[in-house]
Design a protein around this ligand. Sequence first.
Ligand SMILES: NC(=O)c1ccc[n+]([C@@H]2O[C@H](COP(=O)([O-])OP(=O)(O)OC[C@H]3O[C@@H](n4cnc5c(N)ncnc54)[C@H](OP(=O)(O)O)[C@@H]3O)[C@@H](O)[C@H]2O)c1
Length: 274
Amino acid sequence: MKVAVLGGSGKTGRAVSAALAQAGVATRPLGRAAFGDLPAALAGADAVHVIAPNLHPDEPGYVTAVLAAAHQVGVGRIVYHSVASPYVPAMPHHVGKAEAEDLVRRSGLEWTILQPCAYVQNFVPALVAGAESAAGSGGAARLDVPYAVHTPFGLVDLHDVAAATAVVLTRPGHVGATYELGGPALVSVADVAVAAATVLGHEVLARRIDPDDWDESATGLDERERVWLRAMFAYYDDHGLPTGGVPLGALLGRAPAGLGEVLSRELAGRSCQG
Ligand SMILES: NC(=O)c1ccc[n+]([C@@H]2O[C@H](COP(=O)([O-])OP(=O)(O)OC[C@H]3O[C@@H](n4cnc5c(N)ncnc54)[C@H](OP(=O)(O)O)[C@@H]3O)[C@@H](O)[C@H]2O)c1
């Protein structure tokens, strides 16, 4: 079996490609250059796993191009990487995925849709930076986010999401299925800080910063991306992103990894006690 992984050079795509390789599947990781000649990039693959770039301005357009190319070269199987709670009108990038899901379901291809919550791994760079600055200053490490630190999320291990992707691509019974993929429990950013403190061996303080202050310090984003991220922070502030963990456990045949397990792995070697 050969799987073309669109977005394969990114964070998610690398994890998915590794999980597929572990399952004995040949992968073709593809980045933006594949869009120069998408049919040629997909030709010969048995399936395509579609991961759009973060905050794509037109995700339905991106997915439309992939579906057309897949039809053109006879790739009959597609797995689309969406997001938990795609139809949230307050978050434009989620709505783009909701519309793209509809296109996938009506494509005539054999489809599966995956709806992961935010990855635990998203917090690792901030935890590492916080740990380093705390080591320099002797104070507590901070975990700053521009939204409430007590709202609930089904934060999920990226590597569990990748393993589940390999399952749906390599085992029968997943055509026509949409799976919400959350971790084993609802957790907050404050819980992330507590779990990280246990792993790192020093205090980690979760703190909500003013989104205006985030806006002033954020770099490398255009105006639309800022507006869309601000919309996401406002939603997270009020509601978090609760996501169920049962489907992921069923796909993996074991409990999904919890915060402590993921952070122990991702922050290995950074404990100030070790
Ligand atoms: N992070 C999370 O917690 C989370 C949770 C649920 C869902 N998701 C979704 O996962 C997806 C991927 O996230 P990620 O963090 O893995 O992204 P990423 O690391 O930024 O990777 C993006 C990928 O898209 C490609 N790409 C960039 N710009 C492109 C363009 N204009 N046209 C076509 N391809 C382009 C990149 O290829 P190059 O190498 O050529 O740049 C790369 O392969 C996003 O849609 C996100 O919404 C993320």
